[in-house]
Ligand binder design. Structure first.
Ligand SMILES: [Mg+2]
Length: 326
């Protein structure tokens, strides 16, 4: 299938274009109509970013240091970054208020599949953070967009919780319980996951359905430990079905980045991605041309930077550190 990929953008008769880009799992086909402006900006920046990275390895270039007040867009992960359990983390409110005063663009980007966008907004509101639903992106919301945009005829066997189902309904995605008729198996976090569910998913995949992972998170940290997350279930399905994951939707994927830049309409190098997980948040920022800041209030610590080899541009003790440059 890869040999048929276009080498450059192709204009189709209906005025849309096909493009391809690199995702976690290989080449990824993009088909779109007129909403291409943001995408081109992103492509160009990604190209520039790769060029800079190549130059950096040759010792020719270092990312221009910026002070933390210089960005136009501020992207925040939620769990471990803005709140932990039911508690708002230190400095969050004062930092967000200051950014609002300065007319900065804010976006909350989470890999959660167990809360809808509306539920995330209400949760933030309960904690005293006012925002609109358009300032929130979740992995199941992005999954809904993905199916609506690229697989409008899909019949999706969903392994996940009610929130993901409601998000899919919002984007008119058809779900099915019929393993033999499913075109895709979409996997999110499912705290009621059973052997029967694994068997159904396996049957659908062996029958030719494509495996879509809502996010690549192996576990979800809680106040008193951790519970298995989406990727644990994806691996079980891969193992049982002998099929590989077709694509990953959430951070740090290229698809999620594209949706984010469409929402923000800001060049990636003008954005700061703040998060507590290196493999998803920091990689998301670094891979897509943004600046990245690891905040030490959640999952990862400084030693994880060495362990993963993924380096953030900034390390913050808490979100309050963003105000230090004001
Ligand atoms: Mg987090």
């Amino acid at each position: 299938m890869f040999s048929k990929m276009p080498k450059k953008p192709e204009h189709l008769s209906d005025g849309s274009m096909t493009l391809f880009s690199f995702s976690d799992k290989g080449y990824f086909l993009w088909k779109r109509g007129t909403k291409v402006t943001g995408y081109w900006a992103y492509r160009k920046s990604k190209h520039d970013f790769r060029r800079r990275e190549e130059a950096k390895t040759k010792g020719q270039y270092a990312k221009r240091p910026k002070s933390l007040n210089e960005f136009h867009g501020y992207l925040f992960d939620l769990d471990g970054t803005v709140y932990s359990g039911d508690t708002l983390l230190p400095g969050v409110l004062s930092t967000l208020n200051r950014l609002r005063e300065q007319n900065k663009s804010l976006l909350f980007v989470t890999n959660t599949t167990i809360r809808t966008v509306e539920e995330v907004r209400m949760r933030l509101e309960q904690l005293g953070v006012a925002c609109s639903e358009s300032e929130i992106m979740t992995a199941s919301c992005a999954a809904g967009m993905y199916f609506q945009e690229y697989e409008p005829g899909a019949r999706v066997l969903m392994i996940g919780e009610q929130a993901m189902k409601r998000e899919l309904e919002r984007f008119d995605v058809e779900t099915t319980e019929d393993a033999s008729g499913a075109t895709h198996v979409l996997v999110g976090m499912d705290r009621q996951f059973t052997y029967d569910r694994l068997t159904q998913g396996m049957k659908a995949l062996r029958n030719g359905a494509l495996l879509i992972a809502a996010n690549p998170d192996p576990f979800c940290p809680l106040d008193d430990g951790a519970i298995p997350d989406t990727w644990s279930l994806v691996r079980a399905l891969e193992t049982a079905s002998l099929r590989q994951t077709f694509t990953v939707i959430g951070k740090p994927s290229a698809y999620y980045a594209e949706k984010v830049f469409q929402k923000l309409d800001i060049a990636p190098e003008e954005c700061l991605m703040v998060g507590d997980r290196i493999e998803t948040d920091i990689r998301f920022g670094n891979d897509h041309g943004m600046y990245s800041a690891l905040v030490l209030t959640g999952a990862d610590s400084r030693k994880d930077i060495v362990l993963t080899g993924i380096e953030p541009d900034y390390v913050l003790a808490s979100l309050r550190d963003i105000l230090a440059d004001w």
